[in-house]
Every structure is written in C-alpha cells, then in structure tokens.
Design a protein around this ligand. Structure first.
Ligand code: ZN
Length: 122
C-alpha cells in the first residue's frame, strides 16, 4: 500500500520537527492533500495510526486531512478555476484545452501541534 510509505515518511518528518522544537510529544498534525495526488485520505489516516504506535513521540498524535481542490489556470484567457473533476478539463470561460495545473497534486504538512516539557508540567 502506497499510503504506508507516505505515513512512514511523515512520521520521520514529524520526528524531525518535534526534535527541533524540543517537543515531548506530537499531539496533532494537519495535512493538505491534493485531489490529484493519488493519495487516499482514509488509507493514509489508517496507515499513520498504525505507524505512529512504533514512535512514542507520535503515539497520541491525531491526524486531520484537508483535501485541496484542483486549480487550473487557462493559458488562453489567464483565468483560474477550481474543479473536482479529475478527468480531462477544458476552460469553463473560453473552452481552451491549454491549461496549467496550479494546485491539487501536492501533499504537505500544514500544521503540527506539539507539547513541550515546559508546558506540560502542572
Ligand atoms: Zn480560458
């Protein structure tokens, strides 16, 4: 499963962020995933929840995913538009076939919530 290797990569990246910030643990992570990225959000959540258990720093991290719509720019009329349609597109304004994908292919960590030593003592 593709999502498992993504989850492992994410956990590595989160560990790096956590260590840089002297975090005691990671409590939450917010991801943005483009609809065109080929990643299935539910599968990634499932994979992350399995992989995180091997990492004490990460084991209580809650994951949330925001799906990023496809945004195209028309090379002919220069207008941009959003779509949920993954199949072949034409410009809704001028009907041009010459389009540039601006977003929708990415997968990135948008936000990480951490708990540091100082904050956690009562
Ligand atoms: Zn156009």
């Amino acid at each position: 499963m593709h999502e498992v290797s993504i989850a492992i990569g994410m956990v590595k990246e989160l560990t790096r962020i956590a260590l840089e910030n002297n975090a005691k643990k990671v409590t939450g992570v917010k991801l943005k995933i483009g609809k065109m990225s080929g990643i299935v959000a539910d599968s990634l959540i499932f994979a992350f929840d399995a992989v995180k258990l091997e990492h004490p720093l990460m084991s209580s991290a809650a994951i949330s995913i925001e799906e990023v719509p496809l945004v195209y720019e028309c090379n002919t009329c220069k207008k941009t538009f959003e779509t949920d349609n993954l199949s072949f597109q034409t410009c809704p304004f001028c009907g041009s076939y010459s389009l540039k994908l601006l977003s929708g292919e990415e997968m990135h960590i948008e936000n990480v919530e951490i708990e540091t030593e100082e904050e956690s003592h009562v």
